[in-house]
Design a protein around this ligand. Structure first.
Ligand code: GLN
Length: 497
């Protein structure tokens, strides 16, 4: 069987070209799959096109990572997650835009393409998997792969009104994902429906010999198609988090850091529309029969500083491979190999990437590791322990008090394009609700909870390691109660397939 485009899809695609979801023009991504043979498969994914964030390798296609340095590089191999989807008959539609190397929360940090939010093109799609989220929200593909190091699947999913899964650390092979912060990240799924997200995750998860940190779910973990009725859901008090950060800010403020801490305290406070969506999600979940209990996680107030310390430290090591010796853009003329590397990086890396490499080498420099990197690792262990005490551990030896935790994804809805409406530092501090799942290695599912003021509001459920099935179970019922919204101009092409 070969793939045929649905009637009217090409014109529809053209209409949405304005959002810049894909790297390159629309016809780039159509050519490879319009004539493609679909392998025989009874999978629900068979014959469905999907998009791949451009930091995930697909043989023969570019893998730019949104960077000038890699603009003309093509991958010689394919990521395991992509291979598994192709084996089930899903078809790669194209590569999607991202913040350079996954560093950002807006996709404005891409050096190659502008991406906008399909709900309002003056706003960002979120990031760093903004292209994947925009493509799914606009109905160009029914699902897409992204990567989540500190929120990069869930936050753009929330901004664009789609489902976004950050799996348990190690549940999906990272082979073929260009590393940013290896101990925090993984390949995640963005999809139009919860059921679709579940079948994509079911396909890509599992141990892979090419990634030694990957593993199968332990035998005691709940099955992926778990259906068990009412649950106990812990509701994280966002007000308590904001208060704790403010208190820590007052206590720790030095002259130099006072402003930064004040921004951090402000960033934790929810925009009224997000607070409204949070309330609606609580009442919807309660209406579905779940028991809601309040939870507090005091260590969360140090989540963002710990995340950025560890993420930049790992980034400074991971990005050292980009020297433009074996591949990558090269300067026209250089004195010697060192000069080549300097000039290639100077011209090839964007400002955010340079900032993070510098920060990473700063926190790791000899004699100072105790003060930054090791302290961040201790905070990380504390955060992990607080979550384990509530949800149970990854090896299923501890008992759990609750089944999942409900919390906002981001304190604001999609903000305006350009760094002015939410400055870069405030964007970072606003990662506090997402980065904790990465620090603890836990699964988290972001879903469109409501629409407020014409923009989607996302909430997330965070679960025990390898308990993705529980999260899907809850969110699938939520979707039945409150069907997920679509941006103006949306047409459904993939439901019938
Ligand atoms: N906003 C976070 C950052 O900039 C998340 C990035 C990610 O998950 N890749 O690091």
């Amino acid at each position: 069987m070969t793939f045929a485009l649905p009637e009217g899809f090409l014109a529809y695609l053209k209409e949405w070209e304005k959002i810049g979801a894909f790297i390159g023009k629309a016809d780039f991504f159509l050519s490879p799959f319009s004539s493609k043979e679909i392998p025989d498969s009874d999978s629900p994914l068979s014959g469905l096109p999907f998009a791949v964030k451009d930091n995930i390798a697909v043989k023969g296609l570019p893998v730019t990572c949104g960077s000038r340095l890699l603009e003309h590089v093509k991958s010689p191999f394919t990521a395991t997650a992509v291979e598994k989807l192709e084996a089930k008959g899903a078809l790669i539609a194209g590569k999607t835009n991202l913040d350079e190397f996954g560093m950002g929360s807006s996709t404005d940090n891409s050096a190659l393409q502008k991406t906008c939010n399909p709900w309002d093109i003056s706003r960002v799609a979120g990031g760093s998997s903004g292209g994947s989220a925009a493509a799914v929200a606009a109905g160009l593909v029914p699902f897409a792969l992204g990567s989540d190091t500190g929120g990069s699947v869930r936050q753009p999913a929330a901004f664009c009104g789609v489902v976004g899964l950050k799996p348990t650390y190690g549940a999906v092979s990272r082979f073929g994902l260009v590393a940013y912060a290896s101990s925090l990240e993984g390949i995640g799924v963005l999809a139009d429906t919860t059921a679709r997200c579940r079948s994509v995750f079911a396909t890509i998860q599992g141990k892979d010999d090419k990634d030694q940190t990957s593993r199968d779910a332990p035998a005691k973990a709940p099955p992926l198609d778990e259906k068990r009725g009412p649950r106990i859901i812990g509701v994280l008090s966002a007000a308590a988090v904001a208060k704790a950060i403010t208190a820590a800010a007052v206590q720790e403020a030095t002259k130099a850091g006072a402003d930064a801490l004040e921004i951090a305290a402000q960033a934790a406070t929810l925009e009224p529309e997000i607070a409204e969506g949070f309330e609606k999600s609580k009442s919807t979940l309660a209406g579905l029969g779940h028991r809601l209990v309040d939870v507090e996680i005091p260590s969360l107030k140090y989540g963002v500083p710990a995340y950025y310390t560890i993420a930049t430290a790992e980034a400074s090591a991971n990005l050292a491979r980009f020297d433009s010796i074996r591949y990558g853009a090269r300067p026209d003329w250089t004195e010697n190999p060192d000069d080549l590397i300097d000039k290639a990086r100077e011209a090839g890396f964007g400002d955010e990437v340079k900032l993070r490499i510098l920060l990473g080498t700063f926190v790791l420099r000899s004699g100072f590791q105790d003060r930054y990197y090791l302290r961040a690792q201790r905070i990380r262990a504390g955060i992990r322990a607080s979550f384990e005490a509530l949800l149970g551990d990854a090896d299923y030896t501890m008992s759990a008090q609750i089944d999942a935790i409900l919390l906002p994804v981001f304190p604001t809805r999609a903000f305006g394009r350009g760094a002015l409406s939410l400055p870069p530092f405030a964007q970072k501090t606003a990662d506090l609700y997402t980065c904790c799942a990465n620090l603890a290695g836990l699964p988290a599912l972001s879903f469109p909870a409501s629409v407020e003021g014409g923009l989607p509001v996302g909430m997330q459920l965070l679960g025990r390691a390898f308990a993705e099935g529980v999260l899907f179970d809850i969110v699938e019922d939520y979707e039945k109660a409150r069907p997920f919204p679509h941006p103006p101009g949306f047409r459904a092409f993939w439901d019938a397939l």
